[in-house]
Design a protein around this ligand. Structure first.
Ligand SMILES: O=C(O)CCC(=O)C(=O)O
Length: 271
């Protein structure tokens, strides 16, 4: 992605709260990931959570970085990460990486904002920036993510409930496209009236100064993290934000937990 394309995506996120990067990854990778997910679902006997938020016919697989090496390249994708860094900043973190397979018969997920649990006056600076990778085509009929454009600018979040309706549009996209949104945007998974699953990867990021939704330092075995690229280790929270937030006795988590990152020096040491 060149700088002009990146700026266009950033201004769409600023204006309407979301953008779609088309042809961001190829069909071969989509197929490979779907196969990996199907294997995990079977071996780990994963079934729908059966609640209003996660759905009654939706299979979600969490903590994917711990489950297969293929996900390591998702988090650092060159068509997504630069946009996320533009929305948050380069100190951003992986908040969670999970799959969401909406099965036939699923009803609409209630509209919500991903930063809704954070009790700050709205609108505020972006704290969360999330993406949805279309591993299958996303259509209005099969449950494409529903969006309420411009809602990231509102001073309140949506009321959450099964019978609450907000006007929304379906983020229809071809397999290989990626939807990226400001975590304040109102949205939700759509209903699936087809006979096929809608499969997406929810690759979610947050600002480096707030807590990750899924605890990456506890969730991923350290022996695995040791083999991650330095950038992926940072994104998982093994670095510090602005050489300060997240330090342990003036050492970085990478030094303490991985025995690496020895050149860390705190912001205070630079004064
Ligand atoms: O599956 C989708 O399209 C959206 C899911 C979602 O918004 C969520 O679980 O927070």
């Amino acid at each position: 992605m060149n700088d002009k394309q990146k700026q266009t995506h950033l201004s769409e996120i600023g204006d309407q709260g979301y953008t779609v990067v088309e042809n961001a990854f190829d069909a071969g990778l989509a197929d490979e990931i779907c196969q990996v997910l199907a294997n995990i679902e079977k071996s780990d006997e994963i079934v729908p959570a059966e609640n209003l938020f996660e759905g009654h016919s939706t299979v979600r697989i969490y903590n994917l970085l711990a489950k297969h090496a293929i996900f390591q390249k998702i988090a650092v994708n060159e068509n997504v990460l630069p946009i996320v860094e533009g929305v948050l900043d380069a100190g951003c973190l992986i908040s969670s990486l999970s799959s969401i397979a909406i099965a036939p018969g699923e009803t609409p997920q209630p509209i919500h904002a991903d930063d809704q649990v954070i009790a700050l006056a709205r609108p505020h600076k972006p704290l969360v920036c999330n993406s949805m990778w279309a591993l299958t085509d996303f259509t209005e009929e099969n449950g494409a993510t529903r969006l309420v454009p411009n809602s990231h600018k509102l001073d309140h979040f949506p009321e959450f409930g099964p019978d609450i309706h907000y006007d929304s549009i379906a983020a229809e996209m071809k397999r290989g496209s990626i939807l990226i949104w400001n975590g304040s945007l109102w949205h939700g998974g759509g209903e699936n009236t087809t006979q096929e699953r809608r499969i997406g990867l929810a690759m979610n990021y947050c600002a480096g100064f707030i807590r990750q939704q899924e605890n990456q330092q506890l969730g991923i075995p350290l022996d695995l993290v040791k083999n991650f690229s330095p950038r992926l280790q940072e994104l998982c929270g093994f670095g510090t934000y602005h050489d300060l937030i997240g330090h342990i006795d003036k050492q970085s988590p990478a030094q303490v937990l991985l025995g690496s990152g020895a050149n860390f020096s705190s912001i205070w040491d630079k004064t």
